[in-house]
Design a protein around this ligand. Structure first.
Ligand code: SMG
Ligand code: MG
Length: 369
C-alpha cells in the first residue's frame, strides 16, 4: 500500500454546551481530520485528539499539522509500497513523542488497510462485545444547582456512569451533593493534574463517597507522587495523562502509582499501542476504560471498537453524539435502552463520513501529498 494523497482538514464543531475542566473552557471542538488516499484508491480517515492550545498535554493542533507535514508524513511516504499499519510505528519512532500526531497518521493508515481488507476495527483489535456501556464526563459548572441539573439530565438519558471534573475549590461539595441526590450511581472524578501531593489529606476526604476512582490528580510526570498518594487515600488512583505507552503502564503498575488506567488511543500514538496497554494491564489484573477527547463520529467509532476489548471492564467516556454535537460528522451514535452504544461493524472505522456536514464545518483543507 502506498500513499497517493494526504490532506488535513481544520474543523470547528460547536459543542452543545461549554465544557469546563481545570485547564480551561471549550465552546467548540477544534480538530484536524486527516484523509489519506492509497494507490488502491481506498481512503483512510482519522481525527486528531489535540486541542488548539497545549493545555491537556504538550501537543496542540498547529504543532500537529507541522510535525505531520515536515517530519512524520515524509517518513511514511518514503516507505513507498511498503506502507502497512505495522510499519508505521517503527518508521515514526525516530521522532520523539508527538503521540497525537502519530495517532492521526497510524489510524488513517489502519482505516485504509482495513477498508481494503473489508475488516472492521473491532475484528482487527480482538473485540469481544457488540455494545459497550456509556459513561459521561461532566464539566465544572458555575453552580452546584447547574451541576445537579446536568447530572440529572444525563442519568435520565441513560448514562450508566458519571464522571465529575474537579479542581481545588470544586471537589468535595459537588461530589457530596451528587452522591446525596442520586444515591448509589457509578461515580468518579477527574482532576487533570490540578493537585499536588500536599493536597493528599484533602483528597482523602473523597474516600467517604465511594468513588470508582480519582483520575490524574497530580502532574503527568509525577508517578512517585501518585504512588505516595495511592498509599494515603482509599479511592483508587487512575492515570490518564501520565500513560503514553505500554512501558509507562508497566512502570506505573509496578510502582503502584495507579490501580486503573484510562486508555485514549490519541494520547498513546494509536490503536496498536492502546491495545498493548490493555494487554499489559490485563496481565496485571488492572482494569482499563476508554477515555475521550470530545471526538466526532470519526474518532468515536474506532474508540468504541477498542472499548469492546475484554479488559475494558469499566464504562468509558464514550458518550453518544448528542452529548457533544447537534450534528455529528457521521450518522449519530445513540444510547440504547441499557445505556450502551453499538460497536460499528462496517470495514475500517465502520462509519461513513457525511460529506456535506464535513464541508460545512471545515475551515480549510491543506493538501500535504
Ligand atoms: O470525550 O467525553 C469526552 C471528554 C472526556 O473528560 C474527558 N476528557 O481528561 O479525560 C480527560 C478529558 C480531556 C479532554 S478535555 C477537552
Ligand atoms: Mg482525564
Amino acid at each position: 500500500m502506498r500513499i497517493t494523497r494526504a490532506e488535513v482538514r481544520w474543523v470547528r464543531m460547536p459543542l452543545v454546551a461549554p465544557f469546563r475542566t481545570s485547564f480551561g473552557t471549550s465552546y467548540d471542538r477544534d480538530t484536524i481530520v486527516l484523509r489519506l488516499v492509497t494507490d488502491a484508491g481506498v481512503e483512510g480517515w482519522s481525527e486528531c485528539g489535540a486541542e488548539l492550545d497545549p493545555l491537556y498535554s504538550e501537543e496542540w493542533l498547529a504543532g500537529v499539522e507541522l510535525v505531520v507535514r515536515d517530519h512524520l508524513l515524509p517518513r511514511l511516504v518514503a516507505l513507498g509500497d511498503g506502507l502497512t499499519t505495522a510499519a508505521v510505528k517503527p518508521a515514526l519512532e525516530p521522532v520523539k513523542r508527538h503521540f497525537m500526531a502519530k495517532h492521526l497518521l497510524e489510524t488513517a493508515v489502519l482505516d485504509a488497510e482495513l477498508r481494503s481488507a473489508g475488516m472492521p476495527f473491532a475484528t482487527f483489535l480482538g473485540s469481544v462485545k457488540s455494545r459497550v456501556p456509556a459513561g459521561v464526563s461532566v464539566g465544572i459548572m458555575d453552580s452546584t444547582a447547574d451541576l445537579l441539573g446536568a447530572v440529572a439530565g444525563y442519568l435520565e438519558t441513560g448514562y450508566v456512569r458519571i464522571k465529575l471534573k474537579i479542581e481545588p475549590g470544586w471537589d468535595l461539595e459537588p461530589v457530596r451533593l451528587v452522591r446525596k441526590e442520586f444515591g448509589d450511581i457509578l461515580l468518579q472524578v477527574d482532576a487533570n493534574t490540578a493537585y499536588t501531593l500536599m493536597d493528599a489529606q484533602h483528597l482523602a476526604k473523597l474516600d467517604d463517597y465511594g468513588l470508582l476512582l480519582i483520575e490524574q490528580p497530580l502532574r503527568e510526570d509525577d508517578l512517585r507522587g501518585h504512588a505516595e498518594l495511592a498509599r494515603i487515600i482509599r479511592t483508587p488512583v487512575c492515570l490518564d495523562e501520565s500513560i503514553t505507552s505500554a512501558r509507562d503502564a508497566a512502570t506505573a503498575i509496578a510502582m503502584r502509582a495507579c490501580s486503573i488506567i484510562n486508555i485514549k488511543p490519541s494520547r498513546v500514538g494509536g490503536y496498536l499501542e492502546a491495545r498493548r496497554i490493555h494487554d499489559v494491564a490485563a496481565a496485571h489484573g488492572v482494569p482499563v476504560w476508554c477515555g475521550g477527547m470530545l471526538e466526532t463520529g470519526i474518532g468515536r467509532a474506532p474508540n468504541l471498537a477498542l472499548a469492546a476489548l475484554p479488559g475494558f471492564v469499566l464504562p468509558g467516556d464514550t458518550s453518544a453524539s448528542s452529548r457533544y454535537y447537534t450534528q455529528d460528522l457521521t450518522a449519530p451514535f445513540e444510547l440504547d435502552r441499557d445505556g450502551c452504544i453499538a460497536v460499528p461493524t462496517g470495514p475500517g472505522i465502520g462509519v461513513e463520513i457525511l460529506p456535506d456536514v464535513l464541508a460545512s464545518v471545515t475551515d480549510r483543507v491543506i493538501p500535504l501529498v
